[in-house]
Design a protein around this ligand. Structure first.
Ligand SMILES: [Cu+2]
Length: 139
């Protein structure tokens, strides 16, 4: 048993090191919109060998930022928060789009205007936070 311990420790250290590297390619855009609320759409690709779960999105462009999905509730499309975040399997690519998954921006400090851009920080269940720049496009 004594000889096994260092090997186990080495494997653990290697696994931790690879998990710490950001294995996400991310881009983001939003639609210019008048009013207090808006949405950003991420394109995420897990380039690593391990599943990653997007748990939260942070930023200071809006009071409250949350991951939302659209669900069909007896014929009525509603938005609701993703209770368990968004899971990306190894090499999986997820493209958010209007009418589906989105990053809800509630209580914008100013309406989203075409041509502006602002940062969001993507917080995953492992690894480092990922920063992405949201480009605001005309309708
Ligand atoms: Cu929403």
């Amino acid at each position: 048993m004594k000889t096994l311990l260092p090997i186990a420790a080495l494997i653990l250290a290697t696994a931790t090191a690879s998990a710490a590297a950001a294995a996400i390619n991310a881009t983001a855009w939003a639609r210019a919109i008048p009013g207090d609320n808006g949405a950003a759409y991420l394109t995420l690709e897990n380039t690593g060998q391990q599943p990653l779960r997007l748990l939260a999105v942070h930023g200071d462009r809006a009071m409250d930022i949350a991951l939302h999905e659209h669900v069909n509730d007896n014929g009525v499309m509603r938005m609701r928060p993703l209770a368990n975040g968004l899971l990306l399997a190894p090499h999986q690519r997820i493209v958010m789009a209007p009418g589906g998954l989105h990053v809800m921006l509630m209580g914008l400090h100013a309406p989203l205007q075409a041509g502006e851009h602002f940062p969001l920080t993507l917080h995953f269940d492992r690894g480092e936070d990922v920063k992405v720049e949201v480009k605001v496009q005309a309708q």
